[in-house]
Design a protein around this ligand. Structure first.
Ligand code: 5AD
Ligand code: SF4
Length: 487
């Protein structure tokens, strides 16, 4: 189960921070860039320098937090090579899209973006990174001949080499190998978020869920050595970050490849004790690798956030088997029981797909009753989208699109009622909130609790950004809480 999601056919019931949607592009100062006109012959734009002497890049990211963080690392590589970030793609020498292919709509979006450059590439280098790059490979050159770089995430270690080839006038360069046992390490990572920093601890996926393209686009599972992870956490703490999110498609499948042989729980506990780190999150957990020890670690370690994202995908055993999810409804609910039995309340969120081939009304009803049983704080819900390179793509008994959409709406309405009821019960409680935004027009601040609840609140104080403060809940809505700063 990835941590990828896109706006589109999905989730009406919003959920935890930053998992959804178009993640935006890097911003930088605009400047006047002279672009060469004789487009692709020698890729002149890459050697066209701005008045400050630096080549510029524009990088737009789609999809999940893994992609967002990969983009931070790609930007680091580019900045390290002397490039400058540029917020206007029309002015950039190098235009990169870091892409998502988890559902068809996400992949289509990328080709729409590429289409924008058909007649106006003007010597720019256009590059496609990420999952669509891996999935479509050199076909991208056929569909969009003005593209010069195609590189999947498993080959990002080769990026400096690929960039050097482009700088030397290379016309079409690719990084598409999947048979790598390496992870993407870079000296410089450009951090996009001033509050929360990401650390990838495991890349790729060794599961083979029938609907999912991720094992194909991100390759086999590779864990990072624990000392590299801890060193990165220390560096981030020294740089002033206090909240860290550990990332992986199946984050809890982590196995330390070094002599220390730490388990996921060992790593969690160690990151939580790095001086300066006050909050540690992790996503996404696979139910199959979710052990009681994880709950015990959360219970015993205040810095481990009281939130677990544990995608179930379906409430029906028949569908779970067809999806190759490797657990039953009962086994899944057992794990929810462990979480509910913890000494401090732990928030649980999930991903659910409706309309998988062969899903009957009775199967769908089981997903609805699972919502009642699990009492999630939020879900990401999706209509099934057939993907290339997946075993489900040719399955019979497709559910008609209208029926998928109907089921999605029913599911989301059921979940909405659960969230309204549960959030109302929180009125009067006080949460520690890390403040991450101010809405000047509304006179409000926004932040997240350790349980990842979104809380909008008022305060008489100024300059709260990045502060940990106490907020008392005054109202519970379906997707957020309202409150007031307790001074
Ligand atoms: N169709 C619909 N949803 C999908 N997801 C993954 N693949 C597909 C697909 N082919 C959903 C799963 C996963 C989330 C990131 O995206 O719910 O957990
Ligand atoms: Fe997650 Fe399954 Fe996809 Fe792996 S194959 S990323 S476990 S949904």
């Amino acid at each position: 189960m990835g941590i990828e999601t896109l706006a589109g056919q999905a989730a009406v019931v919003p959920a935890p921070a930053g998992r959804h949607g178009h993640l935006g592009s890097f911003a930088a100062n605009a400047s006047n860039v002279a672009t060469a006109s004789d487009a692709h012959l020698t890729n002149p734009a890459i050697s066209t320098e701005t008045s400050d002497g630096k080549k510029s890049f524009y990088l737009e990211t789609f999809g999940c937090q893994m992609n967002a963080h990969d983009s931070e690392k790609v930007s680091g590589v580019l900045l390290g090579r002397g490039y400058r970030a540029e917020e206007n793609p029309a002015l950039a020498d190098l235009v990169l899209y870091n892409t998502c292919s988890i559902r068809e709509k996400a992949a289509q979006k990328v080709f729409a973006r590429l289409g924008d450059w058909k007649t106006v590439a003007n010597g720019k280098i256009i590059g496609v990174l990420g999952c669509v790059a891996q999935q479509e490979g050199e076909e991208i050159f056929e569909r969009a001949p003005w593209v010069s770089l195609v590189c999947g995430s498993a080959s990002y270690r080769k990026l400096p080499e690929l960039l050097a080839q482009l700088e030397a006038g290379g016309r079409r360069v690719t990084g598409l190998d999947l048979d790598t046992d390496e992870t993407f390490e870079t000296e410089i990572t450009r951090r996009d978020n001033l509050i929360r920093a990401y650390i990838t601890i495991i890349e790729g996926c060794d599961y083979s869920c029938a609907y999912c393209v991720v094992p194909h686009t991100r390759g086999p599972e590779r864990s990072r050595a624990s000392d590299a992870v801890i060193a990165e956490a220390r560096r981030l703490a020294d740089a002033g970050y206090s909240e860290i999110q550990l990332l992986g498609q199946t984050v809890n499948s982590y196995r330390d490849p070094s002599m220390r042989k730490w388990s996921f729980v060992d790593l969690l506990r160690a990151v939580a004790t790095v001086p300066g780190i006050r909050r540690v999150r992790f996503t996404t957990s696979h139910p199959n690798d979710f052990y009681r020890e994880i709950v015990e670690a959360i219970d015993e370690t205040p810095a481990l956030c009281d939130h677990v994202h544990l995608p179930v995908q379906s409430g029906s055993d028949r569908v779970l088997r067809a999806m190759r999810r490797t657990y039953t409804r009962e086994e899944y609910l057992q794990k929810i029981e462990w979480i509910r039995a913890a000494k401090r309340p732990i928030s649980v969120t999930s991903d659910i797909i409706v309309g998988f081939p062969g899903e009957t009304p009775a199967d769908f009803e089981e997903s609805l009753t699972l919502l009642d049983a699990a009492q999630y704080d939020a879900i990401f819900s999706f209509t099934y989208s057939p993907r290339p390179y997946t075993s489900a793509k040719d399955l019979p008994d497709a559910v008609p699109e209208e029926e998928k959409s109907r089921r999605l709406a029913v599911l989301n309405e059921r979940q909405r009622q659960i969230q309204i009821a549960n959030n109302e019960k929180l009125v009067g409680e006080t949460f520690e909130v890390l403040v991450d935004a101010r809405h000047a027009a509304r006179g409000q601040w926004t932040g997240r609790s350790s349980s990842n609840r979104l809380i909008n609140f008022t305060s008489t104080r100024e300059n709260l950004l990045g502060e940990y403060i106490s907020v008392r809940v005054t109202r519970g809505g379906p997707n957020s809480l309202a409150g007031e700063h307790v001074l």
